[in-house]
Design a protein around this ligand. Sequence first.
Ligand SMILES: NC(=O)c1ccc[n+]([C@@H]2O[C@H](COP(=O)([O-])OP(=O)(O)OC[C@H]3O[C@@H](n4cnc5c(N)ncnc54)[C@H](O)[C@@H]3O)[C@@H](O)[C@H]2O)c1
Length: 340
Amino acid sequence: MADRLFTKVLVTGGAGFIGANFVHYALRVHPAWELVVLDKLTYAGNLANLAGVMDRIRFVKGDIASAADVAGAMAGCDAVVNFAAESHVDRSLVDSHPFLRTNVEGTLVLLTAARELGVRRFLQISTDEIYGDLAGHDGRSREDDAARPRSPYAATKAAAEHLAFAFHTSYGLDVVVTRGSNNFGPYQYPEKIIPLFITNAIDGKPLPLYNDGSAVRDYMHVEDHCAGIDLVLHEGRTGTAYNLGAGAETSGVAVAEAILKALGRGRELITFVADRPGHDYRYAMDVTRAEALGWRRRHNFADGLAATVRWYRDNEPWWRQVKQKLEYVRHEQSWYKPRP
Ligand SMILES: NC(=O)c1ccc[n+]([C@@H]2O[C@H](COP(=O)([O-])OP(=O)(O)OC[C@H]3O[C@@H](n4cnc5c(N)ncnc54)[C@H](O)[C@@H]3O)[C@@H](O)[C@H]2O)c1
């Protein structure tokens, strides 16, 4: 990989699921990097995700929507990778305000600081959800397709991307964007489908599937995502978006069945619940552009899922501690409703 010779990199949201995986990945692949992690430690942020590497990074507890916090963390950095976000669609349907503040305003604060501080490259982490629902189509979203976000979460992520590209066009900031599909792997907060189903299945609790469980997602192992992000950071063309997905469309029912089988549990744990409002039934992306850059995935869904099930089995204290917290219990108890 032709290295742009970044020496000091700011990773925002590095105590969350993908951000923490990226920190571990970057410390392996770029051992000479100085890494600064800026994270507000919301309900989804967890310093336990960075256990074992805290002495190799500088951790700053702070808010990407605070210019003072950002200035302190970004000083001297030559690259920024912005993972920090409110990331859960269901929560955005309950209250969109934190999503607007962090995902949109926070990104604007980061972009402004990056411009002022002469950061050499800004990578905005985005999502396939900005393309909207592909149900009823055979095709896959390409990077130049229009953004048609349908959930408040996706709308704020699309807005953040637009701001990033606007800073490229208007001010010449070197910006690249990655659009990842649904990730899974270690350290994922158990409100998201795969860790929710694994941990519920371990405990013999119901696996809640929206409506008939037919909604399809393109599940990608987080390590493949991290490798793609690193590649785009180094090799991506400025002002350009890159789709990063696994190219394997799997329904919710198929995910539940695979997890139940891996854990030796029966199908009776599957529970169909009231649909998510505005539910998108299919995402699928064309990843030719990232592959042309040299991106190759190492995991397929089956082996990635087996490794992930093993990780949650081996790390029970990690997820039990998260699931015991009032914040988790409150969301779980208030969200899922019986199917009419
Ligand atoms: N999880 C997925 O499947 C997926 C897929 C594609 C893209 N993404 C994107 O990847 C990024 C990371 O997602 P994730 O699943 O790891 O999310 P996550 O919810 O697990 O982690 C988000 C992290 O951001 C931190 N954070 C939130 N608000 C902040 C703020 N105002 N200032 C500083 N830190 C703040 C949280 O404390 C947490 O550590 C997000 O931008 C998300 O939109 C996620």
